[in-house]
Design a protein around this ligand. Sequence first.
Ligand SMILES: CC(C)(COP(=O)(O)OP(=O)(O)OC[C@H]1O[C@@H](n2cnc3c(N)ncnc32)[C@H](O)[C@@H]1OP(=O)(O)O)[C@@H](O)C(=O)NCCC(=O)NCCS
Length: 191
Amino acid sequence: MAQLVACTHKSEPHGHLRHRRLAPRLLVVSASPENIDDFATDICTWVSTPESLRLISGDCGNGLTRAVLHRWILSAQQSFVVLAEASRPVGFCTMCRSETLGLPPSHIELGHLVVHPGHRYLFIGQRLCHSSRLEARRLGFAYLCGRVVEGNDYGVMLAKWEGAQEVTGIAPWALSGFRWFQVETRCQSTP
Ligand SMILES: CC(C)(COP(=O)(O)OP(=O)(O)OC[C@H]1O[C@@H](n2cnc3c(N)ncnc32)[C@H](O)[C@@H]1OP(=O)(O)O)[C@@H](O)C(=O)NCCC(=O)NCCS
């Protein structure tokens, strides 16, 4: 059974609501090899082209497959699925240390972040970032980091919205070919 991690009602006051629809009631749950088959078919349909796969991973292919999704979850320390009404998945991400060689022990990488194309611009990406940041802190990591493929403006905007610092070309572990961001896991909303 899915582990309940967080529950949210309507989107919180944000200052940018004029271009937002109201967010549905959302649950953020842990994804694991045991429950991912409940969500895999939906998640794979959001990533159905080589370009959409390239935005969220270094994997090549025509799109996301169940086998690749399973591999991501097995190599992650934590994975999250956001569920909307009727337990329909609308967002997904992983938290992993093995994707980036030389990542310092203080860091964990947020990866494979994707939101259902029909549910974008509803704070779901921000919700996943927030849950990952809290989880990284709980696991003892000082920083949550992430990479954005060159040209992915939405990914960059999301990182900036999270208050992340860009470390492209600065951090020695920041592999070239991406823009890299990191944010401290310590934040005001966590006691
Ligand atoms: C990037 C992505 C995860 C954002 O998810 P989301 O739930 O739609 O994003 P949010 O509603 O939390 O918005 C976060 C910020 O992203 C930007 N953004 C999100 N969707 C956008 C859109 N359709 N057009 C323009 N900006 C957008 C906004 O700047 C927003 O900040 P704001 O609140 O100041 O306006 C989603 O667009 C997606 O799945 N994209 C394809 C995969 C991908 O690029 N993953 C990210 C890899 S780094």
